[in-house]
Design a binder for this molecule. Sequence first.
Ligand SMILES: *Cc1c(COP(=O)(O)O)cnc(C)c1O
Length: 224
Amino acid sequence: MSIAENLKSIKEKTAKFPAKLVAVSKTKPAETIKEVYELGHKIFGENKVQELVDKYETLPKDIEWHMIGHLQRNKVKYIAPFVHLIHSVDSLRLLQAINKEGEKNQRVILCLLQIHIAEEETKFGLSEEELHELLSSEDFKNMQFVRIKGLMGMATNTDNEVQIRKEFKSLKTLFEKIKQQYRDSKVEMEELSMGMSGDFEIALEEGSTLIRVGSSIFGSREYH
Ligand SMILES: *Cc1c(COP(=O)(O)O)cnc(C)c1O
């Protein structure tokens, strides 16, 4: 299928849910993104700072850019002027760096806190305990240039749907709990970023509001 057909099919599957599609364009050239943009899609996700900046500079300025990959503190400055949402905040120190760059740019930067829900040890993310620690810390309370818009998580890379569903359910439960517990101008729990090419249909059923889909739209990625 063509990219246009892939996009249409995913949008059809998403239409009956209150969720938005982040088209994950990592490794794909700007021309390919332009093609999708011209079909009317304007939300794209990248996982590398340099690539995100390059694409931001070349492509139309009304694109909403989402940073979905692991972010190093010393690279926040490059994306702070324009990034729409950072999905992958996994430490207080990173959030402090984002707050600092937000202040320099005089803009409040929207963030999701990434939660570790998978069985794999290697995936990034906060535990539930670390999440509470962060949200109740004085440091966080003093940050004026960040806003927490929700949570993000990645399920275990497995064919076991029962396992994936269980992990998404646990993230949704945590999301609702945080929403009740932290009523603060800096915590606005609205977005639950979960679901990729292999599992976005399960994620939609479990309450995702942002699915991050790459290969099912653009085809498989080639790494050089
Ligand atoms: C690459 C990536 C995706 C998209 O993966 P696909 O399986 O190609 O849909 C989603 N989320 C994150 C964090 C990614 O790095």
